[in-house]
Design a protein around this ligand. Structure first.
Ligand code: ZN
Length: 346
């Protein structure tokens, strides 16, 4: 089977590799159509590691995928051959305590595509548990299907925020995850989302969405803009989606008394955090790690037209040019949100 293989840091190639493709009774075999390139895939390529996850043997990249079911296991009843699906890339142990509590995203034994040593899905065919494959309506494209994974993180953030209808939200960082969070917050009932960033190209994409106000923090203070939008009270929910250590001061200043601060971005190093500033407003702090139980609702929102992810697709490369797709993503062009790789008209 051909696959896009990360041999080691900075060494990526398309080559044949042996992958386990045995179909169990609860599995489906899927012909992959589209795979999004994620920041984590790029980070493994450029750094060879993320925290304690180290690429020390060849690994197939990719975890944001959509495709077509081509075979179903004997126990599978909710999917059939020919169904178009997107896949949740993390498979927990269904018997674990975390799974039983509904927190399967934090199951320590979760097996997640393209997280060492687990192979990802940048290969023409995968076998996946049917319980983690979700049918796409006919009018939802494979490209949108492959965006469900990053959108699911925004969904998880919006769920953890417990957004109420009419809330004013702030998203710090207009990267892919910031955009996904802003769109999920709007879909969850936020009346307005202020999205802040330093890059005009990213802010221009954010500003195209109704309900989003782009704030260029090179030119304006986020705190002033939030005060303007809320009569000086502060935002009901602040999502930190930049991963920048400097964002935490802004986040604490922007959130209203009794509001929620949702930590989505992942700083590379530990950050300084003003505990007393948080206490003085008695804010609620939530954290987000991947997602659990949001995929179906994410697909529903896309299918309904309430969430339009299509403007976030910046470039699409054929699988044969997959390495080029990674180079494009690694170059971090400020106007790029999502680069995708396609296996063609499957
Ligand atoms: Zn991802």
């Amino acid at each position: 089977m051909k696959a896009l293989v990360l041999e080691k840091q900075h060494d990526l190639k398309i080559r044949d590799i042996d992958l386990p493709l045995v179909l169990g009774p609860d599995d489906v075999r899927i012909r992959i159509h589209t795979v999004g390139v994620c920041g984590s895939d790029v980070h493994y390529y450029t750094h060879g590691r993320i925290g304690h996850f180290i690429v020390d043997q060849p690994m197939v990249l990719g975890h944001e995928a959509a495709g077509t079911v081509i075979e179903v296991g004997s126990n599978v009843t909710h999917l059939a051959k020919g169904d178009r699906v997107c896949m949740e890339p993390g498979i927990p142990n269904p018997r674990s305590k975390a799974s039983r509590l509904g927190l399967y995203n934090v199951d320590p034994s979760v097996v997640f595509w393209a997280t060492p040593p687990v192979h990802g899905c940048l290969t023409p065919e995968v076998v996946h548990p049917a319980a983690f494959a979700y049918k796409l309506p006919d009018h939802v494209s494979f490209a949108e299907g492959a965006l469900v994974e990053p959108f699911a993180i925004g969904m998880q953030a919006a769920v953890k925020a417990r957004i109420k209808p009419g809330d004013v939200a702030v998203v710090i960082g207009a990267g892919t995850i910031g955009m996904m969070t802003a769109l999920a917050a709007l879909a969850g009932g936020a009346s307005q989302v202020l999205v802040s960033d330093l890059m005009v190209e990213k802010l221009a994409i954010a500003q195209r969405y109704e309900g989003i106000t782009a704030v260029n923090v090179r030119e304006q203070s986020l705190q002033d803009k939030v005060a303007e939008a809320t009569g000086g009270w502060g935002a009901d929910v602040v999502f930190e989606a930049s991963g920048s250590a400097r964002a935490y001061g802004d986040a604490l200043a922007a959130v209203c008394p009794g509001g929620a601060l949702v930590l989505v971005g992942m700083p590379v190093e530990p950050v300084l955090f003003d505990v007393v500033a948080a206490q003085a407003k008695e804010i609620r702090i939530e954290t987000v790690f991947r997602y659990a139980n949001v995929y179906e609702r994410a697909v529903n929102l896309i299918a309904s037209g309430k969430v339009d992810l299509k403007p976030l697709i910046s470039a699409t490369f054929p699988f044969e040019r997959g390495v080029e797709a990674f180079e494009r993503a690694a170059s971090a062009q400020p106007g790029d949100v999502k680069v995708q790789i396609t296996f063609g008209d499957a």
